[in-house]
Design a protein around this ligand. Structure first.
Ligand code: DGI
Ligand code: FE
Ligand code: FE
Length: 185
């Protein structure tokens, strides 16, 4: 599947704004993949489909989490978390992508996980720093992304955890596990 075919497949599932975000994530993920030695083609396809399930009804996503025996604690945190693991399942089922490296990069793009592959890291970080993102502190993470992939991810996780805590939102344990794994490394 080439870039244009993939984009045509994902477009009907996204809003215009989310489609623009997807292009930003894809171009950024490719740059990171070239810089840090990930498979560029797989990274590109994972980035194109990373938010495939973003607009599925919450009930459908909860159902899929249960059917597939995904970690039950997913349902105890923000429903915003569900589109990543559910996206991996739906991209396999509806698009027919079977490559585990691609599916894992989609699955873990929101929380990360300990010992992420380089493809997973490139998609995770690109989602945070793509040119359309305006979070406070994003520029610092963009600069770090050119020096050290792990340090950039640690900084993005710090910002996300701080953001969630300021709003009194729960932090998903995998997000903290990812942070701990990378600061200990
Ligand atoms: O899908 P995107 O908007 O492009 O970005 P994303 O997949 O990183 O999702 C961001 C959303 O997920 C945002 O609303 C914050 C939320 N989120 C990220 N990490 C955590 C989280 N929510 C909780 N409760 N816990 C987390 O660790
Ligand atoms: Fe997402
Ligand atoms: Fe995204």
């Amino acid at each position: 599947m080439n870039r244009d075919e993939a984009l045509q497949l994902v477009k009907p599932h996204l809003t215009d704004h989310r489609y623009e975000h997807t292009i930003g994530v894809t171009d950024t993920a490719i740059e990171l993949a070239k810089m840090y030695g990930a498979d560029v083609k797989k990274t590109e396809i994972a980035a194109i489909f990373h938010d495939y399930a973003k607009f599925r009804p919450k009930d459908e996503m909860r159902q899929i989490v249960k059917e597939h025996g995904l970690s039950n604690d997913l349902l105890d945190y923000s429903t915003e978390l569900l589109h990543a693991p559910v996206g991996a399942i739906l991209v396999k089922r509806e698009i027919g992508i079977n490559d585990e490296d691609i599916l894992n990069a989609i699955h873990y793009h929101t929380s990360g996980r300990p010992n992420m592959t380089i493809i997973e890291k490139c998609v995770f970080l690109a989602d945070y720093i793509e040119p359309g993102r305006k979070f406070p502190g994003v520029e610092e993470v963009r600069e770090l992304s050119r020096e050290d992939l792990d340090k950039a991810i640690v900084q993005s996780l710090k910002n996300t955890v701080n953001f969630l805590m300021k709003k009194n939102q729960p932090v998903y344990p995998a997000t903290l596990d990812t942070y701990n794994n990378l600061v200990k490394a």
